[in-house]
Write a protein that binds this ligand. Structure first.
Ligand code: SF4
Ligand code: SF4
Length: 148
């Protein structure tokens, strides 16, 4: 179950989660009521996303990852870090990103030994603004389901 934590503990949890390779998933709100850190082995949200052909369209993420092929050493560390199978190695042994699969979690960025990966903001047309709070999130879900 969730519990309330202070800022220092929250940063420690997020740092530990990042090191463990867990995807940080805040509730879809500018002021989220909670944050999950999950792996694809047990999280049904990540499992469902992974089965979708275009996971990037299913999440409120305004970032995606970009690779600098010139500095990529081809070590393949990022392949294991990505839970969306968004990274492949091309014929030249360099990482390539399938943007429709990238949910902008940043897990590949923090472990790339050559710093060849970085998160970049999506174009203005692609960016979306989450609802202000969890109440707004529930209202949005209701609207998308066509409920009055
Ligand atoms: S972790 Fe970095 S250097 Fe290694 S394959 Fe991925 S992008 Fe290239
Ligand atoms: S940011 Fe990196 S690890 Fe996360 S989904 Fe995109 S390619 Fe995969």
């Amino acid at each position: 179950m969730g519990r309330e934590v202070g800022v220092d503990e929250a940063i420690k949890i997020l740092t530990d989660a990042q090191e463990a390779g867990l995807v940080t998933q805040p509730a879809t709100a500018q002021n989220p009521g909670g944050i999950c850190n999950c792996c694809g082995d047990c999280c049904v949200v990540l499992q469902a996303l992974n089965q979708h052909p275009r996971p990037a369209e299913m999440v409120f993420s305004n970032y995606s990852v970009a690779v600098d092929p010139a500095s990529c050493s081809g070590c393949e560390t990022c392949l294991d870090r990505c839970q969306m199978a968004a990274i492949t190695m091309n014929g030249e042994g360099r990482a390539e990103i399938e943007l429709v699969r990238c949910i902008g979690c940043g897990l590949c960025v923090t472990t790339c030994p050559t710093e060849s990966l970085r998160l970049v903001a999506k174009s203005e047309e692609q960016r979306r603004t989450p609802p202000p709070d969890s109440r707004g999130q529930m209202d949005l879900i209701r609207q998308l389901r066509g409920r009055p």
